[in-house]
Design a protein around this ligand. Structure first.
Ligand SMILES: CC(C)(COP(=O)(O)OP(=O)(O)OC[C@H]1O[C@@H](n2cnc3c(N)ncnc32)[C@H](O)[C@@H]1OP(=O)(O)O)[C@@H](O)C(=O)NCCC(=O)NCCS
Length: 183
């Protein structure tokens, strides 16, 4: 039987998100599969604050949102980037930074909210992502809302001196709408 997904809320970033974001970015278990520099720490708290500010002011091309639990706890972030308005597609990225919330359906629930936002409010037709082939946990959670595999991007990420293949996956608006019956 299908498990009930937890309720999550997405909200615009605020500058006070900086401390949580910095803490999560210092956790190498969280960042292992993220496209971040190999050096440690990957960036300073000041650089993190500047990045959050760019997201708030939308000067970096990202539609980035904070993920909150039903009772308002900040647990991660999710974004759309590489927004191609001509062809109506964008790349999605997601991180549940608070590891206490891993494996409980929060990633899938946040993904559903972002897909709704992307298809209904941004007007996209396809939302795609790249995931490292050894990030099995993420791949299996992406299949739940209906992402399908598009192909392997060979040696797509240089991770700690080794090139890693990434899987490209996508979901179309028509597939998501059929699944979720959004009105
Ligand atoms: C990848 C990531 C976003 C997934 O989020 P998550 O909240 O841990 O994943 P979910 O709980 O939503 O889904 C994963 C599993 O939980 C299961 N699950 C647990 N509770 C559930 C519930 N209430 N409802 C539905 N599924 C549930 C899912 O079935 C799935 O199980 P499976 O792996 O056995 O198929 C998160 O682990 C993360 O941020 N990792 C670090 C950063 C990262 O790798 N980001 C992705 C880069 S591409």
């Amino acid at each position: 039987m299908q498990k009930q997904l937890p309720i999550v809320r997405l909200r615009n970033l605020i500058i006070e998100d900086t401390d949580d974001r910095f803490k999560w970015c210092m956790d190498e278990e969280v960042t292992k599969h993220l496209n971040m520099p190999d050096k440690y720490p990957p960036f300073t708290i000041e650089e993190t604050r500047i990045w959050i500010e760019m997201c708030i002011n939308k000067t970096n091309g990202y539609e980035q949102k904070a993920i909150l639990t039903e009772d308002g706890k900040h647990i991660g972030w999710i974004d759309l980037k590489n927004i191609d308005s001509l062809n109506k597609h964008a790349e999605l990225g997601i991180t549940i930074g608070d590891k206490n919330y891993w494996g409980k359906g929060y990633g899938i629930a946040a993904m559903n909210e972002m897909l709704k936002f992307g298809f209904q409010e941004v007007g996209l037709n396809k939302i795609w992502l790249r995931v490292e082939v050894d990030n099995e946990k993420a791949i299996s959670s992406y299949k739940r809302p209906g992402y399908v595999e598009e192909g392997i991007l060979r040696q797509d990420r240089l991770r700690k001196g080794t090139y890693v293949d990434r899987l490209r996956m996508s979901i179309l608006k028509e597939e998501f709408l059929v699944e979720k019956i959004i009105r």
